[in-house]
Write a protein that binds this ligand. Structure first.
Ligand code: ATP
Ligand code: MG
Length: 349
């Protein structure tokens, strides 16, 4: 599970990576470096994502975890430069696909990137599918947008894609409309659409949250299977640490707009260092005692604009001390495959 790309991340000082010293030599990669995003709240622009650095490599699964409102979706959508029409703006940093900045690309280049190189799978399949077009016409449209295919070839590819995502009677399904399919089937259709142009990276934002537990498991197994078969780089956004253990090679924990801890899944699960990561892990249903209520982290995530000047987690943290009122560097503590934004690692909580 040791993360090749994350190991580079941790062997060298963050500032080298962020200044681009090492990035020029990196292989295929989707990288966020020092990315801050602002949103408008009550007429004021405030950062909702702060100096986030993440790297997604082909063949690897990176989990992005954190409570609601921490900035996971904003970060995930930024990887395709989505969200800008909803008032989200870059305040600093960069996003590079194989070394090229997404911010230097024309609209046409971005259209090729979206779906062609990086595809997104959303949480709620019904909002991502158009209710007035058949499944077939929607899949074929994506195929023909990215691949040089005539109608018949696109139709055949749509059949292959639906079979790849485990669907049967696919000719029939192509004729159906989204509202005649179950949630699980719709999510399979969206996964097929995401695979339509053979992307290198998939961004999956809570892809199973809207589904029944048994369907969730099957969809996750399907995603993982496709990821392996196609050597995809997969970003999985989730609340669920259990899912991270099952699916991911690497994990980044997000709290109030910042990455507070990241590293290989093996390392973080064995040695969670940040008090927030530990608290999230303690809230997993699989580690709580049967019959007992799940533990919750008391307090709330501060919204953008209300972040404290020091450690964002300090108000809820059992280890908080006076020095936590000063800003804490992203790599306040690090070792191989592991970096965390905390000044009190190792202290009992
Ligand atoms: N377009 C926007 N305009 C203003 N505020 C926004 C916008 N998008 C997100 N926010 C705010 O930014 C913060 C982070 O939102 P985001 O959707 O990224 O959280 P999340 O971690 O994905 O949460 P969840 O787990 O509930 O999906 C939230 O406080 C949210 O209200
Ligand atoms: Mg979200």
């Amino acid at each position: 599970m040791a993360g090749d790309h994350l190991s580079a991340y941790h062997y060298f000082p963050l500032k080298w990576l962020e200044s681009g010293v090492l990035m020029r030599h990196t292989a295929a990669m989707l990288e966020l470096s020092n990315l801050s995003l602002s949103v408008s709240i009550q007429g004021e622009r405030v950062d909702a994502v702060s100096a986030v650095s993440l790297r997604l490599a082909p063949g690897r699964v990176l989990g992005l975890v954190g409570e609601s409102g921490c900035g996971k979706s904003l970060t995930a959508q930024a990887m395709l430069r989505l969200g800008e029409h909803q008032g989200v703006e870059k305040s600093s940093g960069d996003i590079r696909l194989d070394g090229k900045s997404l911010f230097d690309m024309s609209e046409e280049q971005l259209r090729t990137v979206r779906g062609g190189h990086i595809a997104m799978i959303f949480q709620e399949p019904m909002t991502a599918l158009n209710p007035v077009f058949s499944i077939g016409s929607q899949i074929c449209e994506v195929i023909r947008l990215h691949l040089d295919m005539n109608k018949q070839q696109a139709h055949q590819r749509a059949i292959d894609l639906l079979q790849d995502v485990g669907m049967q009677d696919v000719e029939q399904i192509l004729k159906q409309y989204p509202d005649s399919l179950s949630g699980g089937m719709r999510q399979r259709v969206l996964i097929a659409m995401a695979m339509a142009a053979d992307p290198d990276y998939i961004i999956a934002d809570e892809p199973t949250t809207a589904l029944d537990v048994s369907v969730q498991k099957r969809i996750i197994a399907l995603l993982l299977n496709l990821q392996k078969k196609r050597n995809l780089g997969l970003l999985l956004v989730t609340h669920d640490f259990g899912l991270v253990a099952e699916m991911c090679d690497d994990v980044a924990v997000m709290y109030a707009g910042q990455i507070v801890e990241s590293g290989s899944v093996a390392e973080i699960f064995d040695h969670p260092a940040h008090p927030y990561t530990r608290a999230l892990m303690a809230c997993r249903p699989e580690v709580s005692s049967p019959g007992k209520a799940l533990p919750v982290i008391s307090g709330q995530v501060p919204p953008p604009g209300r972040w404290p000047s020091g450690c964002h987690f300090a108000k809820r943290c059992p280890l908080a001390a006076d020095d936590c009122n000063n800003p804490v560097a992203a790599d306040a503590w690090s070792r191989e495959n592991h970096v965390t934004r905390c000044l009190h690692v190792g202290e009992p909580s």
